[in-house]
Design a protein around this ligand. Structure first.
Ligand SMILES: [Mg+2]
Length: 265
């Protein structure tokens, strides 16, 4: 698997989507694109031609503002046609700036932060009650961990020992208006999740091999959370760790420069 090329192409796709739709949250999608790539290429059990298959693994993009990243990877998997991608962010498109389950391949409406993990809890519990073997994955942002509902869900998952549930926190150290640690301090994030009864691993959210190995691990008896250290705007030097790109839209010249950096020109 040529992970670097896959991620470069996904990043280029996200840049294009942001430019065409004049949509925000570019840097938030770039920080989690390697996680999305590994999930959809090597972890999730699902059939792009049978999206309603009851035994499919579920993925919830709880940080719904990174929808462009999800659309890019769904396009790569053949779930979305290029003509659908071109409608992103336009009136009446199913590709809204935050995901909608009206779009086949999207499991839940997200973007109001703090909702994805509770939904994932319900799906993981349903999997057990129905004696199914599907697993549920939820990708959260670090800023999202400010939400009380995240911690209510964390308690619920531990109480019910939802070992078929995996949360991933895209820990890019920023949120919309500033440094996550300054807006509402998260530290010590690992200890907090552990205290809530979860198995916790810290990983490099841009290391595809580490992501592949770690995300495929099953955990006996406990829900598992990965604190994935990432860089907001990852992959484009003039966007990395610059929170202006939470809202900025790239110009055509900036896309061309970015594509060069990504090795695509
Ligand atoms: Mg963040």
């Amino acid at each position: 698997m040529n992970w670097n090329l896959i991620s470069a192409e996904l990043r280029a796709q996200v840049l294009e989507l942001s430019h065409q739709a004049k949509a925000a949250h570019l840097a938030s999608a770039l920080s989690c694109i390697d996680i999305l790539a590994v999930l959809y290429e090597s972890i999730l059990v699902f059939d792009p031609n049978n999206l309603d298959w009851p035994d499919r693994d579920r993925f919830i993009l709880s940080k719904g503002h990174a929808a462009a990243g999800l659309y890019a990877v769904l396009s790569r998997k053949g779930v979305l046609h290029p003509s659908q991608l071109a409608t992103y962010g336009k009136a009446n498109s199913l590709l809204e700036e935050h995901p909608s389950p009206n779009l086949p391949g999207v499991e839940a409406a997200t973007g109001s932060l703090g909702h994805g993990l509770p939904i994932a809890n319900g799906m993981a519990l349903a999997s057990r009650i129905q004696k199914k073997s599907f697993r549920v994955y939820a990708l959260l942002s670090d800023g999202e961990c400010n939400e009380g509902s995240v911690w209510e869900a964390a308690m619920f998952a531990a109480r019910h020992k939802l070992s078929n549930l995996c949360a991933i926190v895209d820990f890019n150290k920023w949120q919309a208006t500033g440094r996550s640690q300054e807006v509402l301090a998260l530290d010590p994030l690992v200890d907090k999740w552990r205290a809530f009864g979860w198995a916790v691993e810290e990983i490099d959210g841009h290391d595809h091999d580490q992501l592949s190995t770690q995300l495929s691990r099953k955990c006996a008896g406990l829900p598992r959370v990965y604190i994935a250290h990432t860089v907001k705007g990852k992959g484009i030097s003039f966007m990395e760790d610059d929170n202006n790109w939470h809202y900025r839209v790239p110009t055509r010249d900036e896309i061309n420069m970015a594509r060069e950096e990504l090795g695509l020109e």
